[in-house]
Design a protein around this ligand. Structure first.
Ligand SMILES: Nc1ncnc2c1ncn2[C@@H]1O[C@H](COP(=O)(O)OP(=O)(O)OP(=O)(O)O)[C@@H](O)[C@H]1O
Length: 475
């Protein structure tokens, strides 16, 4: 473990630990997140922060992922949608919104493959397009289908459509996820937010009439199209839709092989792509904890508990079983933590995430089920208790999942910390591969210098009140 790669630095010589003020930014503007009222909570928590920088300032910089040269007014959106964006507290479009919206709104409709860093407003980009394309005189006729890999993400997107669409008269938005639409009941929303397996069943059973569908959005498209089961489901769903449907594919990551397939899935699509060096979010300080052995990881996690609850935190583990085990052990040791994973019933999962969004619970242990898309602005820390791995026998590092997991913090200009636990040669090498791929400078933490860990983490988390301040009434 001595010959640490050059990408890995010690805290002492790692100046950029806290996101530079102009990169980090707090939210001077009235800004909301997907944890808005319609999605189940306000998410505000009581934290004191030392520095405030304006999001407005960041957004003036047209080169920044959150910045643009244009205003929403200049993008040709319907008045009702503009009002919805204003109600969200959005002042200016982010880069992906500025670039993708005119292409997606053009007539005749064109397909789109859009890549942009985590937390930079991809959801609002496709939701705005969907809303602009609806014929609201047919509120119960499905016209847009938005697919996501998890029920949590489908529900979250449903919430965003409802908030941005709150001034669209007669807008009906339905979630087609397991356990929501009863057998025999027709799906009656003009916008349907769904997981692909459920949608496939609903179309087959003729509960979902897709004859007038105009837009198909696939969020987290690399994951949806690149995985065997999900990919087949998406292809089948597409095969059941009118040929004229506009296809919009979004993700923060598009590995080359999946991009090739995506380009076939969405023929002649316009493409917005990032270079590999642009993929990471500057506001996230990425650290790793050099644990002496696997069995030490649990104690180290417990020691971090105080830091985890400064804001809120997500702990990613490999399996459902270990999520439950760690949750039970930590609870027995007097810590307040919850665990959410795919073995739980849908309603339990919904309740757990709603509690987390509202701030009633602050530390959530989960699996990759929540790695993508989940937007809770108060998350200031992400722990990779296990380095994400993929492939047969999970032998290869999984850089995309790493990026998505850590992207649950540092949303839209906020700052955050990620700490990845390593304990042996394999986990070290895996993290090293990931850091080299994305050219990340990782900060090394060691368990026997606890003061340093605390200083380092607090320096970042308290460097901006951004992560809590999305609501003007909270100021
Ligand atoms: N133009 C804007 N101005 C201010 N805030 C915005 C703007 N666009 C989006 N946001 C906010 O930014 C946050 C992140 O947006 P969103 O969830 O769409 O990110 P994303 O790019 O889809 O991320 P991920 O890759 O993790 O899915 C949300 O809370 C959203 O409300």
């Amino acid at each position: 473990m001595a010959d640490l790669a050059s990408r890995i630095t010690n805290p002492d010589d790692s100046a950029p630990a806290a996101a530079p003020a102009q990169e980090a930014g707090s939210l001077e503007a009235a800004q909301t997140d997907s944890a808005g009222e319609l999605a189940g909570g306000s998410g505000l928590q009581d934290v004191e922060y030392d520095v405030e920088v304006s999001l407005n300032e960041i957004q003036q910089n047209a080169d920044h992922p959150l910045g643009s040269a244009l205003t929403f007014d200049q993008l040709g959106l319907p008045e009702s949608v503009l009002k919805g964006l204003t109600a969200m507290g959005f002042v200016k479009p982010s880069k992906v919104q500025e670039k993708a919206l005119p292409l997606m709104l053009a007539d005749p409709p064109q397909n789109m493959i859009a890549q942009s860093q985590s937390g930079t407003g991809k959801t609002a980009a496709f939701v705005t397009t969907v809303l602009a394309r609806l014929d609201l005189t047919k509120p119960h006729q499905p016209q847009a289908l938005i697919l996501a890999p998890s029920r949590e993400l489908a529900r979250q997107i449903q919430g965003v459509v409802q908030i941005i669409g709150q001034f669209c008269q007669d807008l009906v938005v339905e979630a087609a996820i397991p356990g929501v639409i009863e057998r025999g009941q027709p799906v009656k929303g003009s916008v349907v937010c769904a997981t692909p397996g459920t949608v496939m069943d609903l179309i087959r059973r003729r509960q979902l009439d897709v004859s007038q569908l105009k837009v198909l959005v696939i969020d987290e498209a690399d994951n949806m199209l690149g995985q065997q089961g999900l990919g087949e489901q998406c292809a089948r769903v597409k095969g059941m839709l009118p040929k004229s449907v506009q296809i919009l594919l979004f993700s923060a990551t598009f590995p080359e092989n999946v991009l090739k397939y995506a380009a076939k899935f969405a023929p002649t699509a316009n493409q917005i792509k990032l270079k590999v060096q642009e993929l990471t979010v500057k506001g996230i300080s990425q650290m790793f904890m050099d644990c002496p052995s696997e069995s030490d990881k649990y104690d180290i996690l417990c020691k971090l508990y105080g830091l985890l609850t400064i804001g809120s935190s997500i702990i990613f583990v490999r399996t459902r079983e270990s999520a439950d085990q760690i949750q039970q052990r930590m609870t027995a040791d007097g810590h307040k933590v919850t665990a959410l994973h795919g073995a739980l019933e849908g309603h339990e999962r919904d309740a757990l995430l709603d509690e987390f969004r509202s701030g009633r619970t602050k530390v959530l242990i989960t699996t990759n089920v929540l790695a993508r898309g989940i937007d809770v602005s108060t998350v200031s820390m992400v722990i990779n208790y296990d380095v994400p791995m993929k492939g047969p026998g999970e032998r290869e590092p999984d850089p995309e999942t790493y990026l998505h997991r850590i992207g649950r913090t540092g949303r839209f200009g906020r700052v955050g910390v990620s700490i990845t636990f390593i304990f042996d040669e394999k986990s070290f090498r895996a993290l090293q591969t990931i850091s080299e791929q994305y050219e990340i400078d990782l900060i090394r933490l060691v368990p026997d210098d606890w003061d340093l860990t605390e200083t380092e983490v607090q320096r970042v988390i308290k460097s901006s009140r951004a992560q809590a301040g999305f609501n003007p009434s909270a100021k």
